[in-house]
Design a binder for this molecule. Structure first.
Ligand SMILES: *Cc1c(COP(=O)(O)O)cnc(C)c1O
Length: 469
């Protein structure tokens, strides 16, 4: 037994060290990727605002939104998508980062709203997004929310199940109105979303919609098939399948979709999803995945252009008019413009040499995406310092499952250091929880370096506000 244990220990140490070397040699060190830089004190800086200073002023942990980068990334996407037919739209995926102060900026720039819940639908209305720029997806649309969507005549309610057709039809009849609807296509048995194309479920639903024409106006074919894609190929493939479906649908039911909504899933070069093997190695042995290589990512201009050209070609092949195209990017728009700052509260080295850096943020409160994605991390007062040691960077919830990074190769840390985790703009707030602690404040730093609070840190009173005590 002793020998077996020894072999396992030696092998896993070897694997962890090899992974750490690989992580270090490929690590992303160019702060310009996130629109950040280094100030005269050698510290991480956002539009002239010192990151350590932000923590001193607003507390730790803290989410920081870089307004300049946010608008740059939104504008770049809008410009790149000009290759799509007139009337095409970019609708931001609310669930990716549903903070009103961020959404307002995006709507101001010209992006609409893609919502997946009654709350998000309500919020889009509150933020003044026109119905014409709103699409309602999701698997749990309440009757009240469908009614709200109909009153605003939103661009499309994308149907996700056969039952939903009847519900929407009933509500539209009661309101004596017509509902603009679409159908979410499902291409994979591995996903719970959408109506199955292969089993003919989707076509049957379209036939039913065609029979209810008086109350249901067919407007949109939708799918959302991928996440953090580096190349256009996956989108192109499924868009081709969707256009084939549209041709068959037209032949069988007479329905014509004005819009083809190809979902989100456009990647950013600063994060990557772990492969199945990388995820397994990380969970089993704590081996970090290799960082993404920015050169492996297709620039978004070429990405969009390839998809649009493929859709046009397929439509012309099948003698269909090219539809207007909707995209629902989340990560692409907001990932890079927000980062997380969290103080190191204590450092502990155990007998076996494992060192824990105890911080205010882990996977159970703030950094769940770091579980299955690669995220760059820096020490805020010396972002250029070379990594020297392995740390298990932990959160503050009292369970061993609250880690942020396992075996992360970082510069030697001291208590009081501030760790900056990049790409917090996609799914960090969304997955955040108030497990034992309040959720943190979110601040936005303007182009000229002024910091303003988008969302205050929760107070203890917030945590009990809904309790009947
Ligand atoms: C999550 C989601 C998106 C956005 O995905 P990203 O990978 O962040 O671009 C778009 N559409 C739907 C339906 C989604 O569920």
């Amino acid at each position: 037994m002793g020998i077996v244990n020894h072999i396992i220990k030696t092998a896993s140490r070897f694997l962890v060290n090899r992974a750490a070397r690989r992580e270090e040699s490929g690590r992303l060190s160019d702060l310009d990727l996130w629109g950040l830089d280094i100030n005269a004190k050698g510290r991480l800086s956002v539009n002239g605002q010192d990151a350590v200073g932000l923590v001193e002023r607003f507390g730790s942990p803290l989410l920081v939104v870089n307004r300049k980068k946010l608008l740059q990334d939104a504008e770049r996407a809008l410009k790149a998508f000009k290759c799509a037919p007139a009337g095409s739209r970019i609708l931001y995926s609310y669930k990716t980062n549903c903070i009103p102060g961020i959404l307002k900026e995006l709507h101001g720039a010209g992006l609409g709203a893609e919502v997946i819940s009654p709350y998000e639908l309500w919020l889009a209305e509150k933020l003044g997004v026109p119905g014409e720029m709103t699409v309602y997806n999701g698997v749990d649309k309440t009757p009240e929310s469908i009614e709200a969507a109909l009153r605003r005549n939103i661009l499309s309610i994308n149907i996700d199940s056969a039952e939903e057709v009847e519900t929407i039809h009933k509500i539209a009849s009661e309101l004596n109105t017509t509902a603009r609807v679409g159908v979410r296509l499902g291409f994979s048995a591995k996903s719970q979303f959408g109506l199955d194309v292969q089993s003919n479920e989707a076509m049957k639903v379209c036939e039913r919609i065609a029979s209810l024409k008086g109350r249901l106006q067919f407007n949109c074919i939708h799918f959302n098939a991928t996440s953090n894609s580096r190349w256009a190929s996956t989108h192109k493939y499924y868009a081709g399948q969707a256009v084939e479906f549209m041709a068959e649908m037209k032949a069988k039911t007479g329905l014509v979709a004005q819009y083809l909504d190809i979902g989100g899933g456009f990647g950013v070069e600063t994060t990557k999803n772990m492969s199945g093997a990388e995820y397994g190695m990380y969970r089993l042995f704590g081996c970090l995945p290799a960082p993404p290589r920015p050169a492996d990512f297709q620039p978004i201009e070429a990405f969009f252009n390839e998809i649009v050209e493929a859709i046009k070609a397929k439509c012309s092949e099948l003698k269909l008019e090219t539809p207007k195209i909707i995209i629902e990017p989340g990560r692409l728009i907001t990932s890079k413009s927000e980062f997380l700052l969290t103080k190191v509260n204590a450092i502990k080295t155990k007998l076996d040499g494992t060192t824990y850096a105890m911080t205010g943020a882990g996977r159970l409160s703030m950094t769940f995406p770091c579980d299955f994605e690669y995220h760059a991390a820096f020490v805020a007062d010396r972002p250029e310092a070379r990594p020297e040691r392995l740390y298990n960077v932990m959160g503050r919830v009292c369970t061993s499952a609250d880690w942020m990074f396992k075996n992360r190769f970082l510069p030697s840390l001291n208590t009081g250091d501030v760790i900056a985790v990049m790409d917090a703009g996609a799914y960090f707030s969304s997955y955040s929880s108030n497990f034992a602690f309040q959720r943190p404040a979110i601040v936005m730093v303007s182009e000229t370096g002024d910091a303003s609070v988008l969302r205050r840190q929760e107070s203890f009173e917030h945590l009990v506000a809904m309790d009947n005590v």
